[in-house]
Design a protein around this ligand. Sequence first.
Ligand SMILES: Nc1ncnc2c1ncn2[C@@H]1O[C@H](COP(=O)(O)OP(=O)(O)OP(=O)(O)O)[C@@H](O)[C@H]1O
Ligand SMILES: [Mg+2]
Length: 164
Amino acid sequence: MEVITESAEETKGLGRKIAADLITDYRLRITDYARVFALTGDLGSGKTTFVQGFAEGLGIKTRIISPTFIIVRKYDIPISHQSSVISHFYHIDLYRLETEIETEIRNLGVNDVWSIPGNIVVIEWAEKIKNIIPKTATWVRLKTLGEDERKITIHQSPTTDHLQ
Ligand SMILES: Nc1ncnc2c1ncn2[C@@H]1O[C@H](COP(=O)(O)OP(=O)(O)OP(=O)(O)O)[C@@H](O)[C@H]1O
Ligand SMILES: [Mg+2]
């Protein structure tokens, strides 16, 4: 799927819709594995903006900020949006990790996070750990086309474009 957005609000809206659909999947029990969204795209392409909308779609009221030195942030999904299988939302930002990234990620326990079926996980700069991202992940690439214009490509597996 490919979408062009023309404002940050529109990108948030896309994230919100994808998350809301996920809640529906869980309620229908379509999903029985952790849902991982691997985000790629340059600085300022709108990854965090997408995550802000995504969190809103999960009913999370806390404002999502770009983690600075914190790589992994965990949020509770409110009861109104929960089903028996959903547990938590994790926002992971790999921007600051430069060396031994896969080891760091293992040390942070991320492998456990994406092994728990009810967890919903969004990862910024996912291309840095492309070899260990679960095969079931959805890949979301954001590309800056103009000041307010972004191309957002969503695939069930990474394309060469996603890993650039
Ligand atoms: N169509 C659009 N979609 C998303 N963001 C947009 C759009 N148009 C303008 N923007 C602006 O672009 C910026 C995107 O910043 P954001 O922090 O979301 O990017 P990022 O990809 O997370 O960057 P980083 O690599 O630093 O983490 C915001 O200031 C946002 O308002
Ligand atoms: Mg960001």
